[in-house]
Design a protein around this ligand. Structure first.
Ligand SMILES: [Fe+2]
Ligand SMILES: [Fe+2]
Length: 298
Protein backbone atom coordinates (compact mmCIF):
# COMPACT_ATOMS: atom_id res chain seq x y z
CA UNK A 1 0.00 0.00 0.00
CA UNK A 2 1.33 3.41 -0.94
CA UNK A 3 1.92 5.76 2.02
CA UNK A 4 3.63 8.55 0.13
CA UNK A 5 1.03 9.25 -2.54
CA UNK A 6 0.40 12.93 -1.97
CA UNK A 7 -3.33 12.44 -1.66
CA UNK A 8 -3.26 12.95 2.09
CA UNK A 9 -5.59 12.17 4.92
CA UNK A 10 -7.42 15.29 5.98
CA UNK A 11 -10.25 16.82 4.02
CA UNK A 12 -11.59 13.40 2.93
CA UNK A 13 -10.81 11.47 6.13
CA UNK A 14 -13.27 9.37 8.12
CA UNK A 15 -12.40 11.50 11.13
CA UNK A 16 -13.71 14.61 9.38
CA UNK A 17 -16.68 12.66 7.96
CA UNK A 18 -17.72 11.63 11.51
CA UNK A 19 -17.91 15.25 12.59
CA UNK A 20 -19.49 16.81 9.52
CA UNK A 21 -21.91 14.07 8.41
CA UNK A 22 -23.26 11.81 11.24
CA UNK A 23 -22.39 14.46 13.87
CA UNK A 24 -23.26 17.35 11.56
CA UNK A 25 -26.02 17.61 9.00
CA UNK A 26 -27.46 14.16 9.75
CA UNK A 27 -27.80 14.80 13.48
CA UNK A 28 -31.42 14.32 14.61
CA UNK A 29 -32.58 12.94 11.25
CA UNK A 30 -34.28 9.64 10.62
CA UNK A 31 -33.75 8.07 7.21
CA UNK A 32 -32.28 11.35 6.06
CA UNK A 33 -35.10 13.70 7.05
CA UNK A 34 -36.70 15.30 10.11
CA UNK A 35 -38.58 12.64 12.11
CA UNK A 36 -41.95 14.36 11.63
CA UNK A 37 -41.68 14.57 7.84
CA UNK A 38 -43.69 11.51 6.85
CA UNK A 39 -45.00 11.14 3.30
CA UNK A 40 -47.87 13.68 2.94
CA UNK A 41 -51.40 12.34 2.41
CA UNK A 42 -51.49 13.82 -1.09
CA UNK A 43 -48.89 11.28 -2.22
CA UNK A 44 -50.58 8.35 -0.54
CA UNK A 45 -53.60 8.73 -2.84
CA UNK A 46 -53.66 6.93 -6.18
CA UNK A 47 -53.00 9.18 -9.13
CA UNK A 48 -50.45 10.38 -11.66
CA UNK A 49 -48.50 12.34 -9.04
CA UNK A 50 -48.04 9.25 -6.88
CA UNK A 51 -47.00 7.25 -9.97
CA UNK A 52 -44.28 9.77 -10.82
CA UNK A 53 -43.18 9.94 -7.19
CA UNK A 54 -42.82 6.15 -7.06
CA UNK A 55 -40.94 6.14 -10.35
CA UNK A 56 -38.49 8.77 -9.08
CA UNK A 57 -37.93 6.77 -5.89
CA UNK A 58 -37.42 3.55 -7.86
CA UNK A 59 -34.80 5.24 -10.07
CA UNK A 60 -33.03 6.74 -7.05
CA UNK A 61 -32.99 3.33 -5.33
CA UNK A 62 -31.52 1.59 -8.40
CA UNK A 63 -28.76 4.18 -8.87
CA UNK A 64 -27.84 4.27 -5.18
CA UNK A 65 -27.72 0.48 -5.01
CA UNK A 66 -25.22 0.52 -7.88
CA UNK A 67 -23.33 3.23 -5.96
CA UNK A 68 -22.95 0.95 -2.93
CA UNK A 69 -21.61 -1.90 -5.03
CA UNK A 70 -19.24 0.19 -7.13
CA UNK A 71 -17.82 2.12 -4.17
CA UNK A 72 -17.30 -1.15 -2.27
CA UNK A 73 -15.54 -2.67 -5.29
CA UNK A 74 -13.29 0.37 -5.61
CA UNK A 75 -12.35 0.24 -1.92
CA UNK A 76 -11.14 -3.30 -2.62
CA UNK A 77 -9.01 -2.05 -5.54
CA UNK A 78 -7.62 1.12 -3.92
CA UNK A 79 -3.86 1.11 -3.43
CA UNK A 80 -3.32 4.00 -1.02
CA UNK A 81 -4.55 4.48 2.52
CA UNK A 82 -6.43 7.74 2.15
CA UNK A 83 -8.41 6.33 -0.78
CA UNK A 84 -9.36 3.17 1.13
CA UNK A 85 -10.70 5.17 4.05
CA UNK A 86 -12.53 7.70 1.88
CA UNK A 87 -14.20 4.96 -0.16
CA UNK A 88 -15.21 3.16 3.03
CA UNK A 89 -17.09 6.31 4.10
CA UNK A 90 -18.57 6.59 0.61
CA UNK A 91 -19.90 3.02 0.79
CA UNK A 92 -21.79 3.97 3.92
CA UNK A 93 -23.03 7.22 2.33
CA UNK A 94 -24.40 5.34 -0.67
CA UNK A 95 -25.97 2.69 1.57
CA UNK A 96 -27.69 5.47 3.56
CA UNK A 97 -29.02 7.02 0.36
CA UNK A 98 -30.26 3.64 -0.80
CA UNK A 99 -31.94 3.03 2.54
CA UNK A 100 -33.52 6.50 2.77
CA UNK A 101 -35.10 6.32 -0.71
CA UNK A 102 -36.18 2.72 -0.12
CA UNK A 103 -37.76 3.75 3.19
CA UNK A 104 -39.72 6.53 1.43
CA UNK A 105 -41.06 3.98 -1.07
CA UNK A 106 -41.95 1.61 1.78
CA UNK A 107 -43.96 4.41 3.43
CA UNK A 108 -46.21 4.28 0.38
CA UNK A 109 -46.84 0.61 1.09
CA UNK A 110 -45.05 -0.49 -2.08
CA UNK A 111 -43.15 -3.80 -1.66
CA UNK A 112 -39.48 -3.79 -2.73
CA UNK A 113 -40.11 -6.20 -5.62
CA UNK A 114 -42.82 -3.93 -7.07
CA UNK A 115 -40.56 -0.87 -6.63
CA UNK A 116 -37.68 -2.63 -8.35
CA UNK A 117 -39.90 -3.86 -11.20
CA UNK A 118 -41.02 -0.26 -11.77
CA UNK A 119 -37.40 0.88 -11.86
CA UNK A 120 -36.53 -1.82 -14.40
CA UNK A 121 -39.55 -1.14 -16.58
CA UNK A 122 -39.04 2.62 -16.79
CA UNK A 123 -35.30 3.06 -16.54
CA UNK A 124 -33.95 3.97 -19.97
CA UNK A 125 -32.05 0.95 -21.34
CA UNK A 126 -28.97 3.08 -22.03
CA UNK A 127 -28.93 4.24 -18.40
CA UNK A 128 -29.17 0.64 -17.18
CA UNK A 129 -26.29 -0.24 -19.52
CA UNK A 130 -24.30 2.69 -18.12
CA UNK A 131 -24.79 1.50 -14.51
CA UNK A 132 -23.96 -2.10 -15.47
CA UNK A 133 -20.86 -0.95 -17.37
CA UNK A 134 -19.49 0.97 -14.38
CA UNK A 135 -20.03 -2.08 -12.18
CA UNK A 136 -18.40 -4.43 -14.74
CA UNK A 137 -15.45 -2.04 -15.04
CA UNK A 138 -14.79 -2.35 -11.32
CA UNK A 139 -15.31 -6.12 -11.46
CA UNK A 140 -12.60 -6.14 -14.15
CA UNK A 141 -10.24 -4.39 -11.74
CA UNK A 142 -10.07 -0.98 -13.48
CA UNK A 143 -10.06 1.42 -10.52
CA UNK A 144 -9.77 4.67 -12.51
CA UNK A 145 -12.52 3.82 -15.01
CA UNK A 146 -14.80 2.87 -12.11
CA UNK A 147 -13.99 6.05 -10.22
CA UNK A 148 -14.73 8.28 -13.17
CA UNK A 149 -17.95 6.38 -13.91
CA UNK A 150 -19.37 6.62 -10.38
CA UNK A 151 -17.80 9.70 -8.79
CA UNK A 152 -17.59 11.99 -11.80
CA UNK A 153 -20.14 10.94 -14.44
CA UNK A 154 -22.99 9.47 -12.35
CA UNK A 155 -22.57 11.65 -9.27
CA UNK A 156 -21.66 14.74 -11.26
CA UNK A 157 -25.26 14.60 -12.49
CA UNK A 158 -26.38 15.27 -8.92
CA UNK A 159 -25.67 19.00 -9.17
CA UNK A 160 -28.38 19.77 -11.73
CA UNK A 161 -30.48 16.62 -11.16
CA UNK A 162 -30.83 16.72 -7.37
CA UNK A 163 -31.50 20.47 -7.53
CA UNK A 164 -34.21 19.69 -10.07
CA UNK A 165 -35.69 17.03 -7.78
CA UNK A 166 -35.64 19.41 -4.81
CA UNK A 167 -37.46 22.13 -6.73
CA UNK A 168 -39.95 19.69 -8.27
CA UNK A 169 -40.98 18.06 -4.99
CA UNK A 170 -40.82 21.10 -2.67
CA UNK A 171 -44.59 21.83 -2.66
CA UNK A 172 -45.52 18.13 -2.44
CA UNK A 173 -43.07 16.48 -0.04
CA UNK A 174 -40.65 18.56 2.05
CA UNK A 175 -39.38 15.32 3.65
CA UNK A 176 -38.17 14.00 0.31
CA UNK A 177 -36.50 17.34 -0.35
CA UNK A 178 -34.54 16.89 2.90
CA UNK A 179 -33.48 13.38 1.88
CA UNK A 180 -32.34 14.62 -1.54
CA UNK A 181 -30.55 17.62 -0.05
CA UNK A 182 -28.60 15.39 2.37
CA UNK A 183 -27.65 13.03 -0.47
CA UNK A 184 -26.66 16.04 -2.58
CA UNK A 185 -24.24 17.22 0.12
CA UNK A 186 -22.68 13.76 0.22
CA UNK A 187 -22.41 13.61 -3.57
CA UNK A 188 -20.58 16.96 -3.60
CA UNK A 189 -17.92 15.36 -1.41
CA UNK A 190 -17.76 12.24 -3.60
CA UNK A 191 -17.43 14.26 -6.81
CA UNK A 192 -14.73 16.46 -5.27
CA UNK A 193 -12.79 13.40 -4.23
CA UNK A 194 -13.13 11.70 -7.63
CA UNK A 195 -12.04 14.79 -9.51
CA UNK A 196 -8.96 15.42 -7.35
CA UNK A 197 -7.97 11.77 -7.18
CA UNK A 198 -8.22 11.29 -10.96
CA UNK A 199 -6.45 14.54 -11.83
CA UNK A 200 -3.59 13.48 -9.58
CA UNK A 201 -3.47 9.90 -10.83
CA UNK A 202 -3.88 10.50 -14.57
CA UNK A 203 -1.28 13.27 -14.67
CA UNK A 204 1.28 10.59 -13.73
CA UNK A 205 0.02 7.71 -15.89
CA UNK A 206 -0.59 8.33 -19.61
CA UNK A 207 -1.64 4.69 -20.12
CA UNK A 208 -4.38 5.02 -17.52
CA UNK A 209 -5.40 8.34 -19.10
CA UNK A 210 -5.93 6.70 -22.49
CA UNK A 211 -7.89 3.83 -20.91
CA UNK A 212 -10.09 6.22 -18.93
CA UNK A 213 -10.65 8.46 -21.97
CA UNK A 214 -12.02 5.51 -23.95
CA UNK A 215 -14.38 4.68 -21.11
CA UNK A 216 -15.47 8.32 -20.77
CA UNK A 217 -16.40 8.40 -24.46
CA UNK A 218 -18.52 5.27 -23.96
CA UNK A 219 -20.17 6.71 -20.85
CA UNK A 220 -20.96 9.94 -22.73
CA UNK A 221 -22.65 8.04 -25.54
CA UNK A 222 -24.77 6.06 -23.07
CA UNK A 223 -25.80 9.09 -21.01
CA UNK A 224 -26.93 11.03 -24.05
CA UNK A 225 -28.87 8.04 -25.36
CA UNK A 226 -30.48 7.73 -21.91
CA UNK A 227 -31.89 11.26 -22.12
CA UNK A 228 -33.35 10.60 -25.57
CA UNK A 229 -34.92 7.38 -24.35
CA UNK A 230 -36.36 9.00 -21.24
CA UNK A 231 -37.99 11.66 -23.40
CA UNK A 232 -39.41 9.03 -25.73
CA UNK A 233 -40.91 6.89 -22.97
CA UNK A 234 -41.71 8.65 -19.68
CA UNK A 235 -42.72 12.21 -20.53
CA UNK A 236 -46.46 11.50 -20.54
CA UNK A 237 -46.35 10.39 -16.89
CA UNK A 238 -44.79 13.64 -15.76
CA UNK A 239 -47.14 15.74 -17.84
CA UNK A 240 -50.13 13.92 -16.33
CA UNK A 241 -48.82 14.60 -12.81
CA UNK A 242 -48.58 18.32 -13.54
CA UNK A 243 -52.12 18.42 -14.93
CA UNK A 244 -53.38 16.76 -11.75
CA UNK A 245 -52.18 19.57 -9.45
CA UNK A 246 -52.01 22.82 -11.41
CA UNK A 247 -52.30 24.96 -8.26
CA UNK A 248 -49.24 23.39 -6.59
CA UNK A 249 -47.25 23.07 -9.84
CA UNK A 250 -47.68 26.76 -10.53
CA UNK A 251 -45.33 27.46 -7.58
CA UNK A 252 -42.56 25.28 -9.00
CA UNK A 253 -39.88 26.74 -11.23
CA UNK A 254 -37.55 24.26 -12.89
CA UNK A 255 -36.14 26.75 -15.36
CA UNK A 256 -35.72 29.98 -13.35
CA UNK A 257 -38.54 32.42 -13.96
CA UNK A 258 -40.83 29.85 -15.64
CA UNK A 259 -43.61 28.03 -13.81
CA UNK A 260 -43.55 24.25 -14.14
CA UNK A 261 -47.14 24.58 -15.31
CA UNK A 262 -45.93 26.36 -18.44
CA UNK A 263 -42.76 24.33 -19.07
CA UNK A 264 -43.11 21.18 -21.16
CA UNK A 265 -41.38 18.06 -19.87
CA UNK A 266 -39.30 18.07 -23.06
CA UNK A 267 -38.04 21.60 -22.28
CA UNK A 268 -37.26 20.58 -18.69
CA UNK A 269 -35.35 17.45 -19.71
CA UNK A 270 -33.36 19.21 -22.44
CA UNK A 271 -32.51 22.06 -20.06
CA UNK A 272 -31.41 19.57 -17.43
CA UNK A 273 -29.40 17.57 -19.96
CA UNK A 274 -27.56 20.67 -21.17
CA UNK A 275 -26.62 21.62 -17.61
CA UNK A 276 -25.43 18.09 -16.85
CA UNK A 277 -23.32 17.97 -20.03
CA UNK A 278 -21.79 21.37 -19.30
CA UNK A 279 -20.90 20.26 -15.76
CA UNK A 280 -19.32 17.06 -17.05
CA UNK A 281 -17.32 18.97 -19.68
CA UNK A 282 -15.95 21.36 -17.02
CA UNK A 283 -15.01 18.53 -14.65
CA UNK A 284 -13.38 16.41 -17.33
CA UNK A 285 -11.34 19.41 -18.47
CA UNK A 286 -10.12 19.94 -14.89
CA UNK A 287 -9.09 16.28 -14.72
CA UNK A 288 -7.20 16.73 -17.98
CA UNK A 289 -9.50 14.60 -20.15
CA UNK A 290 -11.07 15.40 -23.51
CA UNK A 291 -14.71 16.30 -22.93
CA UNK A 292 -15.59 16.43 -26.64
CA UNK A 293 -18.45 13.98 -26.52
CA UNK A 294 -20.08 15.83 -23.66
CA UNK A 295 -19.48 19.26 -25.14
CA UNK A 296 -21.07 18.61 -28.52
CA UNK A 297 -24.62 19.06 -27.23
CA UNK A 298 -23.88 21.45 -24.39
FE1 LIG B 1 -25.48 8.34 -3.52
FE1 LIG C 1 -22.18 9.27 -3.95
Amino acid sequence: MNHTDDFRFGHFSIDRWMRTVPGGYLADTRFGRAPARDVPDLLLKDGALRDVYMLDLALFVAAERTGVKVAAGMARLADDEATVTFLASQVLDEARHFEAFAARAAELGVPPEVRDRLGLDFMPGAYRTFLDTVLATVDDGDFEAGLIGLNVILEGMAFPLYEYEMRYWAPFDPGLVEVVEGAFRDECRHVGFGEKRLAHRLARDPGARRRVQKKVDEYARLMRAAFDEFLATSVAMYDAAVREHPDLCAQVEIIPGRSLLHTSTEDQVRWLEARILQGHARRLARIGLDAGRFEAAA
